[in-house]
Design a protein around this ligand. Sequence first.
Ligand SMILES: [Zn+2]
Length: 282
Amino acid sequence: MKKNLFKILSLLTSFIPTKFLIKLSGKQTIYPFYHIINNNSPAHIKHLYPVRSIRQFEKDLDFLQKYFTASEFLQNKNKSAFILSFDDGLSDVYKTITPILKKRKIPAIFFINSAFIDNKDMFINYISSLKKENPKIDYKGYLKTEKPYLTKQQISELKTEGFTIGAHSINHPLFSEISEEEQIRQTKESIKFVTENFGETQKLFAFPFTDNGVKDTFFDTVFKNKITDYTFGTAGIKDDKIKNNIQRIPIEKYGMSAKRHIKTEYLLYILKKIIGKHIVEH
Ligand SMILES: [Zn+2]
């Protein structure tokens, strides 16, 4: 979806009540996701996407909790529910995000990259953002001083507190650009990391970037061999041809409030349903 088209459509949603959109769409459960909440935009993110402040995040949660019940994945018995998740395993999860979630009793899934935990290495796009900010920077030094990623210790604590840990590949490759064999290795290894280190019983995997271009044969292999129970994409409010592949809403993408972004996603879903384009085919 082009940014401008999304923005134009978002203007229309201010005239449509949220409850009406939910009802008309028939989509009762939504899966919003974020990466980071921070009052400042750190150098490794600054040139990639807009960062939400704590105040903006609290407002987003006010909206979500007004119309939906915060639920654990697969535990939802409510009429309309939201299942929240965060990608990339950034330390802001521990420092800023979970204190807010605990206060509001909101469960969440944290999707982590096994190669980056404990600040051992860094996602290539984060390195690019850092270099834009300071071309001479040594990212290994930045990892040591700034510690942008969660540590195993912090993740264990979050798991003990009842949060769910999911996998997000080993080192965040774009799946459509790697071989199927490598896709399976990235999935299997990162899930093994989560299971072995944190005793997570659910096998949840969120695709890095997008599931665009991932073939049916990949899904057949990972589900048949029980490598993962559920996979997650980033296509917004959509149905999916693959039963256990769930599409999530990238709330940060256009820098809009969750209210405006989610209402626009609903409107888009309804419009696409009319022309039969609401299902992700891969
Ligand atoms: Zn990611």
